[in-house]
Design a protein around this ligand. Structure first.
Ligand SMILES: [Zn+2]
Length: 124
């Protein structure tokens, strides 16, 4: 199986799981089923609120997990000195919603500069 096929298979699995969550959201929004006074626009509004929250939760969980891979210290890209990392919360617009990304940022006291290891593709 190629990487592309594996990715397509994973996306199919995720779509099936999310479609099941859509049914759960439907039951949560209208426990007795939507009445005849409920418009398609009302249903869409519930579904879109859930979709945006799903995007936010998933993107934040994945980016948090990724930023933890950098550990507590990374080398300065200029002088190589090991520098402590902190995270800066950055609100972002992502496809299908908004998310607050916790971006790792290092500060080198010697070079007196901040650097972003995620942007540089450096992994500690
Ligand atoms: Zn430095």
């Amino acid at each position: 199986m190629t990487g592309k096929e594996a990715r397509e298979r994973k996306l199919k699995e995720i779509r099936e799981i999310a479609a099941g969550w859509g049914k759960i959201i439907s039951q949560e929004a209208f426990p007795n089923g939507p009445g005849l006074d409920v418009s398609l626009a009302d249903m869409e509004e519930m579904a879109m609120a859930a979709s945006r929250a799903l995007v936010q939760g998933a993107v934040e969980a994945m980016t948090d997990s990724q930023s933890e891979r950098f550990g507590d210290e990374v080398p300065c890209p200029i002088c190589g000195k090991m520098c402590p990392l902190k995270t800066v919360r950055r609100p972002m617009v992502v496809r299908g919603g908004d998310a607050a990304i916790n971006e790792p940022v290092g500060h080198c006291p010697k070079c007196r500069r901040d650097f972003f290891p995620a942007a540089a593709g450096v992994e500690g």
